[in-house]
Design a protein around this ligand. Structure first.
Ligand code: CDP
Length: 227
């Protein structure tokens, strides 16, 4: 009998702009796995809450919205730099969820216990199907503690802010490094100090600090871990 040694459930966690999505997507393509970026879910709820004019501090109202929202994440159908299509009620919100207003509020919304509870089961169910690279903040610790391979991607806040600026400029957007750095630090603080499922590395996660490494080098390292 041959037993495949490639891990089936791969969890990648780490702080904002640590390269999780880029690397996770590349890994999923390489292995022919599903790429599932859980951050998109929190972003969709944040976008809808803003659009509907909800008071973002009203946890009960935002939780109800999360419970009622049907969102879908599918393989990319448009070749514009996206890693997947994000759809809500049939509408493509892939780029809208990257807006600055969403960035500024998503961590507050993601800290609500009810919102996390509403999305948790969906994330767990998809992850447990296997052949998946799942990316987020609490995948290895809370959503899929049974993951076969857990990676915690880290980098200094300055390096992450530099990368995020470059990413925004590449999409022809306006990027202010100082402002981005401030927001990255603020988001990390909220994510790592919240009560429910805070950002932290799982005890059995492999930590990769990407400060001094190119995306290619990190990718090779992760690929080696999969073999
Ligand atoms: O791409 P970036 O790292 O900037 O953020 P993201 O992965 O799109 O996640 C956006 C926000 O959603 C994070 O700052 C967290 O507050 C939240 N999030 C979370 O709480 N748990 C996850 N599993 C994924 C994201």
């Amino acid at each position: 009998m041959t037993v495949s040694s490639t891990p089936s459930i791969i969890a990648i966690d780490g702080p904002a702009a640590s390269g999780k999505s880029t690397l996770g997507h590349r890994l999923a393509l390489e292995l022919d796995y599903l790429f599932f970026d859980t951050g998109t879910m929190y972003r969709v709820i944040t976008l809808l809450a803003i659009e509907k004019g909800l008071d973002l501090h009203d946890e009960a109202a935002v939780t109800r919205l999360a419970q009622q929202t049907e969102l879908d994440i599918r393989p990319a159908t448009v070749n514009d730099g996206r890693t997947c299509d994000v759809l809500v009620e049939g509408r493509d919100v892939t780029w809208e969820i990257r807006r600055r207003k969403v960035d500024a509020n998503v961590s507050m919304i993601a800290a609500y216990a009810g919102v996390r509870e509403a999305l948790k089961h969906q994330q767990h169910r998809i992850g447990m199907r296997g052949r998946v690279v799942m990316v987020g903040r609490d995948i290895g610790t809370v959503i899929l503690p049974e993951a076969d391979l857990k990676i915690y991607l880290d980098a200094s806040a300055e390096e992450r802010a530099r990368r995020r600026s470059a990413e925004i400029k590449a999409r022809n957007g306006q990027a202010n490094y100082d402002e981005i750095l401030e927001k990255v630090i603020e988001r990390d603080l909220i994510d790592s100090t919240r009560e429910v499922a805070p950002l932290k590395r799982a005890e059995d996660a492999v930590v990769i600090n990407t400060d001094q490494q190119s995306a290619d080098e990190v990718f090779e390292q992760i690929l080696n871990l999969c073999k």
